[in-house]
Design a protein around this ligand. Structure first.
Ligand code: NZQ
Ligand code: ZN
Length: 392
């Protein structure tokens, strides 16, 4: 087991009606003037925004609204939010929504605590981030895990680049998680979220073997729980307990718990972010579309990991390691299809030509300056092959 550092400062308030305590929770965090960040309007339609605002008023907290964070949220929109937060002298940024609202809120927190520093300079580490404002979240979709993660992702539309930053300043001060708030989600978003949750765990699992039994068992238990409860939600979309399991998995999959002693890779995410930057596709779906081809390319290098995955997740048994590993990969891709996710780029409804593939690979590898993956190191040419193999 490698050395590791884990600090999970987010206070989690989980369960029915907890959003009605947002005012009390934010007041305990010292908030007096809040900028509320939300997305395209689902929280208005559901009445959630009003309930959160009522609870802020009850707690004597002033607030203003900043809506319009879109899936794959943009730098330009976050910059607008920074101006607003500075003008109102916000002391806490509260996201009400999904990963896109939360990541926008995180960006606004960083930008407004550092007026004069361009947000993209912070994102690209040209400017060191030494302070930020506190961020809180009322989550409405189990997916990105931004409620407890140390990461935030924005798309810079001007240069067509989607990128994340990891910093402890990205940790939310508090997160309110009520599974009932997720019941209004479109089916596609639920299962794109399921894929993202699985992938956050798998991106930390498929790394050259390091003995880490407890971390492995936690990861495997998480993935099995997500698969089991996703199947329940396929049949019964309003099953509270199934949604609760998936919502909690959302947080644990990306708060670094499942990387303790091993670390993380996130190469599939790099491939997915390049796709989302170019085609604006849903994040979880972008990952499902390339994972199978990524795994088939890597399998020999990480054979023991893939065998263990096949045994522990899909209960596949056998003495032929390659066959067991391959069956585990195909069962995973079949599961993505079962929940309505794409198993290829064609099923994602994108059809990059050769030049597009070259550009996607260059984007994913920062112009071929970094090698992806902690199994087989992947340069731009290897990434091209993976995209090509994922075409259909
Ligand atoms: O915008 P609204 O109107 O709220 O609608 C959203 C959006 O259309 C809708 N939605 C969310 N909750 C709903 C709902 N509709 C009805 N009822 C509800 N309860 O669902 C759509 C997707 O929302 P979004 O916030 O985009 O989803 P998600 O949480 O998947 O976030 C995706 C973003 O997070 C990034 C992704 O790359 C993507 O940009 N990620 C952030 C991470 C992080 N910060 O740690 C890690 C992830 O790997 C990921 O990269
Ligand atoms: Zn993700």
């Amino acid at each position: 087991m490698n050395n590791f550092y884990l600090y999970l400062p987010t206070k989690v308030y989980f369960g029915k009606d907890e959003e009605n305590r947002t005012g009390e929770i934010a007041a305990a965090a010292g908030a007096k003037k809040i900028l509320i960040v939300y997305g395209g309007g689902s929280v208005i339609k559901s009445g959630l925004l009003k309930r959160v605002e009522d609870s802020l008023e009850k707690a004597g907290i002033a607030y203003e609204e900043f809506g319009g964070a879109k899936p794959n949220p943009t730098l330009a929109h976050a910059e607008e939010g920074v101006k607003k937060a500075i003008a109102m002298e916000a002391d806490l940024i509260l996201a009400v929504g999904g990963g896109s609202a939360i990541d926008t809120a995180k960006a606004i927190a960083h930008g407004s605590a550092n007026p004069g520093t361009p947000l993209w300079d912070i994102w690209t580490k040209k400017a060191e981030l030494t302070k930020s404002l506190p961020v809180g979240a009322v989550l409405t979709i189990p997916a990105a895990g931004s409620d407890m993660s140390d990461s935030a992702v924005l798309t810079n539309e001007a240069i067509g680049k989607k990128a994340g930053i990891n910093t402890e300043f990205n940790r939310c001060r508090f997160a309110v998680l009520n599974p009932a708030l997720c019941m209004t989600l479109p089916k596609y978003q639920v299962f794109a979220g399921v894929t993202d949750i699985m992938m956050h765990t798998m991106e930390r699992y498929f790394i050259k073997d390091i003995k880490c039994d407890l971390t492995d068992e936690i990861a495997e238990g998480l993935i099995r729980t997500v698969i089991k409860n996703a199947r329940i939600l396929m049949q019964k979309p309003d099953d509270y307990d199934a949604m609760a399991e998936i919502l909690w998995a959302n947080s644990l999959s990306h708060n670094n718990l499942t990387e303790c002693g091993r670390g993380k890779d996130f190469s599939v995410h790099k491939l997915g972010h390049a796709l989302s930057a170019k085609y604006d596709v849903t994040h979880g779906a972008s990952l499902a579309a390339v994972w199978g081809s990524w795994a088939r390319y890597q399998v020999d290098e990480g054979l023991d990991r893939f065998v263990r995955f096949a045994e522990k997740i899909w209960d596949i048994k056998g003495t032929d390691k390659k066959a067991v590993a391959a069956e585990g990969i195909e069962k995973t891709v079949a599961f993505f299809r079962e929940i309505g996710m794409p198993g290829s780029l064609k099923e994602l409804n994108v059809s990059p030509d050769e030049e597009d593939i070259r550009n996607l690979a260059l984007d994913a590898t920062m112009n071929d300056t970094v090698k992806l993956s902690r199994l087989l190191p992947l340069d731009a040419k290897a990434v091209e092959e993976i995209y090509r193999a994922a075409l259909s």
